[in-house]
Design a protein around this ligand. Structure first.
Ligand SMILES: C[S@@+](CC[C@H](N)C(=O)[O-])C[C@H]1O[C@@H](n2cnc3c(N)ncnc32)[C@H](O)[C@@H]1O
Length: 286
């Protein structure tokens, strides 16, 4: 069994993720070249333009997804690149960094992705555009409504699903979650808590010696895989297909995220699967 440190494969998992996106974006633009519509890139959790990879000895700074995307000219550039970053200081840093590379039709706004994605959906309804959308949050900051709104709009969506770090951490072992967490999970999955409870927990009934029973509610084993299956299932109610995920693990081999593509186009999914496969092949679990 190979032992890998944080998905290292010439870099960290964070770097693999943006490399996967960049490879996909180039393949996507190759297909879009010469088509009778324009192409929009929308990044809902954009960051500063750089990513700091923390190392044991020293930190390493790599180019974030945004810088990579606005630098693409070959086969064609995106007609419009639109970046949303909630933190205004980060957004202003990002704007300077990106405008240094390309100014024309590169927009950076400081706002909540859940708000701006609605505006983007309206734009796609009224204009002859297809869109590549990248959603890269740290936690469960994306509402289900923000995904549902993309149905039938010609969107290819790469999403970092916080299956392990976000959702699994919230699902306490005995289903004893605070109300605010249930509400957050309902907003994330777009389903009611009963369905989440039935999917993620099992009820055990223990008979006692004198004919009584004790009920125990316990989280299912392999909960992170179940969370991914549930989220993927939800995605398939909006998009025709989803790709195999790039499964992101930490040093202890615990799953943190599933990174995958949702699209209405089978060719897009085949391309994504080809890109993702070598990264997963290096992992030593599953
Ligand atoms: C994982 S980082 C993004 C990294 C980026 N994709 C890259 O390649 O460099 C997530 C970013 O989302 C921002 N953020 C958090 N919640 C947000 C929200 N609701 N809307 C927009 N941005 C948000 C955070 O400030 C953070 O900079």
């Amino acid at each position: 069994m190979k032992k890998l440190k944080d998905n290292h494969f010439g870099g960290s998992w964070t770097e693999q993720k943006v490399i996967i996106l960049e490879k996909y974006a180039k393949a996507y633009l190759q297909i879009m070249k010469g088509k009778p519509w324009k192409v929009l890139y929308f990044d809902g959790f954009a960051g500063t333009g750089d990513i700091v990879i923390e190392g044991d000895i020293e930190d390493n700074i790599i180019k974030g997804a945004s810088k990579r995307i606005v630098s693409i000219n070959n086969p064609i550039p995106f007609d419009i690149c639109y970046f949303v970053e909630k933190d205004s200081i980060k957004a202003s840093k990002l704007k300077s960094a990106l405008h240094f590379i390309r100014k024309e039709n590169v927009h950076v706004v400081s706002d909540d992705c859940n708000e701006k994605i609605k505006k983007m959906a309206e734009f796609l309804q009224n204009n002859n555009y297809k869109a590549l959308v990248f959603i890269d949050p740290f936690g469960i900051n994306l509402d289900w409504a923000s995904i549902e709104i993309l149905r039938g709009l010609g969107v290819d969506l790469w999403i970092l699903a916080p299956t392990g770090l976000g959702v699994n951490r919230m699902l306490e072992n005995k289903a004893n979650l605070p109300e605010s967490w249930w509400l957050r999970l309902e907003r994330f999955f777009g389903v009611n808590r009963k369905l989440i409870l039935n999917t993620m927990y099992k009820e055990y009934v223990d008979p006692d010696l004198f004919g009584g029973i004790t009920k125990r509610t316990i989280k299912v084993t392999k909960a992170t895989s179940k969370i991914f299956e549930m989220y993927q299932g939800r995605m398939k109610t909006v998009f025709n297909y989803t790709s195999d995920p790039y499964i992101i693990i930490n040093r202890n081999n615990s799953v943190m995220y599933h990174f995958f593509l949702a699209s209405d186009n089978q060719t897009a999914i085949n391309i994504a699967n080809d890109i993702v496969r070598p990264y997963n092949d290096l992992l030593d679990y599953r």
